[in-house]
Design a protein around this ligand. Structure first.
Ligand SMILES: Nc1ncnc2c1ncn2[C@@H]1O[C@H](COP(=O)(O)OP(=O)(O)OP(=O)(O)O)[C@@H](O)[C@H]1O
Ligand SMILES: [Mg+2]
Length: 606
């Protein structure tokens, strides 16, 4: 019971949430719904005309020629039918217009909201996926607003007016007509409530699992082929399919079969109780001498039982639209409830180009352990500080807190002596340049990719930045030079080349603080040397925080901070740490052994 009530409350709020998105088109929506109600009444009028004609015929029977008004009813029926269609068309025009605008509003509001969410949010929720989700869900609400809602209102109008009409002439026959409708509605609801609802949820969940397993399977095919694991990997997918078919069978066979059969039977055969009721009532009418009235009434209900069927079918159809829109709204809500960054009302200006971590802790949403645990360090203006440590130590996380990809859980990150949360986001973005671990190059020309850092930069400035980032050889081999669109005509850049383009972007940005998250993948020696050169240009005279996997690049850093499992375990210069006999000294020894081994094996190969 409680569950049912909860569901009802949710349904209502779904609709009001959706109407909330209509904005200035709310009145148009209501107009559309009102017209739809009028159209429905007009649509019922021809049935009444038919019945009036039947009544006249019955009154004069068997002298048919005496029924002179028949053709007038015919014309009226025609006029009503046509005007019903015209008004319905106008209603749909209104609701469609409102629906498109509403979907547009949802997309716009969703995108505006996403603009305010921390950038890190997109890392864990692929931005394309989010956009698709928003787009798809907005489109799904269109059907509800444009069609289903109008139909629901129309059907309710039809039901109410029918209810009135039903009881105007002979309530007993009216009740007989409604009994069939009642049975079919009850059987429909029995399919959805209580334990059956949980079975349906299980069925839908299994469907979800199956589609995910399918995607995983397809995505994993290359790996599977390489490792000859076809049978094993197919197992999970197969299991999901089997699970789905069991649950689907349980739901359709166990839950739906009987109610569905009952529902369909009584929807199609609304007259099934009318005929026995009429037969029972006929002797009384005959005795009372008002047989004509009785037959006329019977004709009325016989005609209207057909309308009952149509109305029921429409309700069923609209209910499924309601369900679809409800899940769509759920998905929209997921986007709209994404966390947003707080923007301060009175921003403070950073005083210099220092970066300070003050007792910073950070835990990712849903993670049990903090990725950073009471981390403190200071980078003075112009200094180069390296973050090193084992994989998963928290280096990338620490770097992403500086431009507020995420906000700290406790403690504070300061740029220029001001908490980043107290800084104007634009000022902060201008102050920090980022080179990510996985370079984010867009499917656009190299020019546009680099220019993303500073949209007002001239072509020459971009060219200079590319040149400073040692990209001349890349441009030389591309068909359209700087205007070559990446990913088109088979132009793909290697990892090392991508890094240099990303460095050009950071050079063009010309920000006083540079955060560099070095890619783990080894570039070839030639690329490596070019990257080092580009890096030297980028970092000259700036405050640098670099995350290095090749320890050779950090030897010259002013300070090295060793992060392990979210803790600062050591810090100091290379010399001090190597002599310290701690984690860094061990990493350094391992690194050298690896380099020796590489040189040795290369020597052997020659
Ligand atoms: N988006 C995320 N959501 C949840 N947990 C994350 C996320 N990104 C990283 N983590 C977790 O936070 C911890 C620190 O990860 P981080 O990426 O900062 O390590 P790292 O030192 O940069 O590692 P690597 O050297 O491999 O790049 C890890 O345990 C990781 O699993
Ligand atoms: Mg990392």
């Amino acid at each position: 019971m409680a569950v049912n009530e909860e569901k009802k409350a949710k349904k209502q709020s779904d609709l009001s949430v959706l109407l909330g998105y209509t904005g200035s088109y709310r009145k148009l929506t209501y107009l559309g719904l009102f017209l739809s109600a009028i159209a429905m009444i007009l649509g019922m009028a021809p049935y009444i005309c038919i019945w009036l004609a039947a009544r006249d015929l019955i009154a004069v029977a068997p002298d048919w020629t005496a029924a002179s008004g028949i053709s007038r009813y015919g014309v009226m029926a025609f006029v009503f039918a046509v005007s019903g269609i015209v008004v319905y068309f106008a209603a749909l025009m209104c609701t469609h217009l409102a629906a498109f605008r509403t979907a547009g509003n949802i997309r716009k509001q969703g995108m505006e909201h996403l603009m305010k969410t921390p950038l890190g949010f997109f890392d864990s929720n692929a931005s394309g996926l989010l956009r698709n989700r928003l787009d798809g869900a907005a489109a799904e609400t269109e059907t509800l607003l444009a069609h289903n809602l109008a139909d629901i209102v129309g059907t309710i109008t039809m039901f109410v007016s029918m209810l009135v009409l039903m009881f105007v002439f002979d309530w007993r026959m009216g009740a007989a007509c409604l009994l069939a409708a009642l049975i079919s509605v009850i059987s429909l609801y029995s399919m959805m409530g209580g334990k059956n609802a949980s079975l349906m949820a299980e069925y839908q969940a299994a469907q979800d699992v199956m589609s995910k397993a399918g995607t995983e399977y397809v995505r994993g095919i290359p790996v599977v082929k390489v490792f000859q694991q076809t049978v094993y990997s197919f197992k999970a997918f197969r299991q999901a399919i089997e699970d789905y078919s069991t649950k689907a069978e349980r739901y359709t066979d166990g839950v739906c079969r009987t109610p569905q059969a009952v529902n369909l039977t009584f929807t199609e055969a609304a007259f099934v109780f009318l005929v026995p009721a009429a037969l029972l009532l006929a002797p009384g009418a005959l005795a009372g001498g008002n047989l004509t009235v009785f037959i006329t009434n019977f004709a009325f209900y016989a005609v209207f039982s057909a309308v009952v069927s149509t109305a029921l079918a429409k309700i069923m159809f609209s209910a499924s639209g309601m369900m679809l829109a409800s899940t769509a709204l759920g998905r929209i809500n997921l986007v709209m409830s994404a966390p947003t960054l707080e923007v301060t009302a009175n921003p403070k200006k950073p005083k210099d180009n220092s970066v300070t971590f003050r007792d910073v802790s950070f835990t990712y949403d849903g993670a049990e352990l903090p990725a950073l645990d009471h981390v403190s360090f200071k980078v003075k203006p112009g200094e180069t500080v390296a973050l090193v440590g084992p994989s998963g130590g928290g280096k990338t996380t620490a770097a992403s807190l500086i431009p507020r990809f995420w906000d700290v859980t406790s403690g504070s990150v300061e740029v220029g002596g001001v908490d980043v949360r107290q800084t104007d986001p634009h000022v902060l973005m201008d102050q920090v340049a980022f080179v990510f671990q996985n370079n984010h190059l867009f499917k656009a020309s190299i020019l546009d990719n680099v220019r993303a850092a500073r949209p007002d930069a001239s072509r020459e400035e971009v060219a200079a930045a590319l040149s400073a980032a040692q990209c001349d050889d890349i441009l030389a081999k591309l068909p359209d030079g700087m205007d070559t669109v990446l990913g088109s005509k088979g132009t793909y850049l290697s990892g090392g080349e991508q890094q240099r383009v990303a460095l050009a972007r950071a050079i063009l940005k010309d920000a006083p603080i540079v955060v560099l998250d070095e890619a783990t993948a080894f570039a070839d020696p030639e690329n490596e040397a070019l990257i080092q050169k580009a890096f030297a240009v980028l970092t000259r005279g700036r405050t640098v925080i670099m995350i290095a996997h090749r320890l050779s690049t950090v030897v010259g850093a002013d300070q090295i901070i060793v992060l392990d499992a979210g803790h600062v375990v050591e810090s100091g210069t290379h010399e001090a740490l190597v002599n310290g006999n701690g984690l860094y000294a061990r990493m350094w020894a391992d690194y050298n052994r690896a380099v020796q081994w590489r040189i040795a094996s290369e020597g052997e190969a020659e």
